[in-house]
Write a protein that binds this ligand. Structure first.
Ligand code: PLP
Ligand code: SF4
Length: 311
């Protein structure tokens, strides 16, 4: 069995998609299919409504042109000085790589410029000069696609900058390959003096399994703070039960719900949109039924704002 599905016909076979359902699947896409076997095997056979299926398998819905859905919905291009994105006060984000372990169909960076340069000297230089930055976010792509060596080099350099207090990873990698959090990686993190934070991108409770839990426990033992952000996605997590179960499960394993993001309007993602009115109702229901700490902040990103906008 391949480590990941990149060939749509092989995936169609594996998922036993019948002729009628096959018509809804997009056979060629600029943003290629990339679905690790570990996730594919969680998908119910021949079920186009499966929440894992919907997140990773391209549908013909993607090629419908929709007004308002554009290639760079967050206007990130103009903020980019090299691989450093400094949109907000006190924190800056490094696009450490374009690579991901899986391709999520709703990804707002799916049309972003590709680069292969993994040298961060220029970014480190910019960070050193700007004393207003107290936190560095390692984003991507997915920072865990970098090698341990590359991550160690980068972290060590950031660790030496005195005005930086917090180093934050944003990652979705672990929902497919939790074993990435190996002893070597833990050792690297252990040697870093700054507070480390992980923000996971988990959208559905089925993305959490026992191997993922083991990995998060390893991080917790190192005093690393764990949060989660989800994107509100139609047909994936836009119902009360799923959001309730997701956030309960997260808290059970020591991950604090942080954000629930309104979808960024990237080209080809209209079929994932949940109306804000429905999102607000879901948050209200969560509030009425669960402890306060189980409720993520419902936010969206509006270009040119100083922070995410609370809905
Ligand atoms: C979302 C984001 C951050 C982090 O924002 P927080 O509200 O601190 O989680 C930082 N920089 C950029 C460019 C972002 O898009
Ligand atoms: S893991 Fe994140 S960056 Fe990568 S494709 Fe999915 S949403 Fe986009």
């Amino acid at each position: 069995m391949p480590k990941s599905f990149t060939n749509i016909n092989k995936l169609i076979k594996f998922l036993k998609i019948d002729k009628k359902n096959q018509k809804k699947i997009l056979l060629r896409s600029d943003f290629p299919l990339l679905l690790p076997y570990s996730l594919a095997k969680k998908i119910k056979k021949n079920d186009l409504t499966d929440p894992i299926f919907r997140q990773f398998v391209p549908l013909t819905d993607e090629i419908l042109k929709k007004p308002g859905y554009i290639k760079d919905p967050l206007s990130e291009k103009k903020f980019k000085r090299s691989k450093l994105l400094k949109k907000y006060n006190s924190r800056a984000l490094i696009i450490t790589t374009n690579a991901c372990l899986m391709h999520c169909r709703y990804c707002f960076r799916k049309h972003a410029e590709k680069f292969s340069n993994k040298n961060f000297d220029k970014e480190i230089g910019l960070i050193k000069k700007d004393k207003t930055i107290t936190e560095i976010i390692l984003s991507g792509g997915d920072p865990l696609t970098l090698s341990n060596n590359q991550i160690e080099n980068l972290l060590k350099k950031l660790d030496k900058i005195s005005h930086i207090k917090i180093l934050r990873f944003h990652t979705r990698y672990v929902i497919s390959d939790p074993k990435r959090i190996d002893q070597n990686f833990i050792k690297i993190l252990k040697n870093i003096k700054k507070q480390i934070i992980f923000v996971f991108h988990i959208n559905h409770p089925r993305e959490i399994d026992s191997t993922l839990i083991k990995a998060t426990q390893k991080l917790k033992k190192q005093n690393i703070l764990l949060f989660n952000q989800s994107v509100l996605l139609k047909g994936v997590n836009d119902d009360f039960e799923t959001l309730k179960n997701l956030n309960l499960k997260l808290i059970e394993i020591g991950i604090i719900p942080y954000y629930l993001h309104q979808l960024d309007k990237v080209e080809g993602s209209k079929h994932f949109e949940v109306p804000i009115k429905k999102g607000k109702e879901l948050i209200k229901m969560l509030h009425e039924n669960l402890s306060g700490y189980l409720i993520p902040k419902y936010v969206r990103e509006i270009p040119n704002k100083k922070c995410k906008t609370l809905i």
